[in-house]
Design a protein around this ligand. Sequence first.
Ligand code: NDP
Length: 323
Amino acid sequence: MSDIEKIHCLIIGSGPAGYTAAIYAARANMHPVMYTGMQPGGQLTTTTDVENFPGYPDGVDGNAMMMDLKIQSERVGAEVRFGTASKVEFDKDGGTHKVWIDEEKEIHAETVIISTGATAKYLGLDNEQKILANGGGVSACAVCDGFFYKGKETIIVGAGDSACEEALYLANLCPTVHMLVRKPEGGMRASKIMVDRVIAKDNIKVYWSTETVDVLGDGVVTGAKVRNNVTGEEQDIAADGFFVAIGHVPNTGFLDGQITTDADGYITTELSSTRTNVSGVFACGDVQDRIYRQAVTAAGTGCMSALDAERYLSEKLSTVEVA
Ligand code: NDP
């Protein structure tokens, strides 16, 4: 039997965007209910130290920061629950939106804030995954973790705009950045200006037609074994950090096409707001941001989404009262 609950504000996803939305929505008396998803706290719980979030002079452990955000959200009145949104039925005319949690519980919400984030892609190699789980030097975010490799050798995989941006970022910290590109020379997917910058940078060494056989190291990165996919030749590259920049997947599958997204699945929001194409449904954080992808920018759009939802709700309630 379906269990139905009626609420003003539902927040789906529990990264910095979702928690910031929860804090603002709770303080605006919207009684928000958040469902955390399978990975409460989101991507930051897979990082060790977060040193670039303002307000933490000594840095902060990613898990500890997300726990603080949860405590802060609950202290101001948000209800945080474990569960995953499995299906939605949005009312295109801005009525009540239905969301199912774990295919069982049915929530009827006046406003919905989607903050389900994006998942970084990894190569899926055995030792890459082991070291990633161990926090031993595999990362998908150079801006987050590059600083820990200052003065050390690093490897980066990928050839899109993200990989180029991250390689250039690392090149300002590391003596050599070894960039592994699986296509032959000239085959980088990134925009020409980014490719030109990478090629012009003395300490980025590009390995064309090169794929990773696996990351090397026992719990901690010591390098990577790579193979030239034209000649079949293998070699080991020594390094302390292994960065993967082969794209992200926004977590929007459960929306089943009911919200407008771009070709890659990122939710499209109206300029300078977090409004989606459905009235009463808002999106914040990495699920709608393919450019910045930072905890602090996610928190900023989380705040915006709660303010947008609060304005929407007060206009809607005043219209209902007048009618
Ligand atoms: P992209 O999808 O553009 O590029 C992914 C890259 O990873 C490709 O070069 C691809 O290689 C490579 N790759 C994928 N799988 C593997 C694998 N298994 N092994 C090795 N290499 C692999 O992702 P990005 O994250 O770079 O960019 C996503 C979008 O965001 C793009 O539209 C980009 O322009 C945009 N963006 C814009 C920025 C800006 O404007 N400042 C900054 C960052 C991103 P291959 O080409 O061989 O398939």
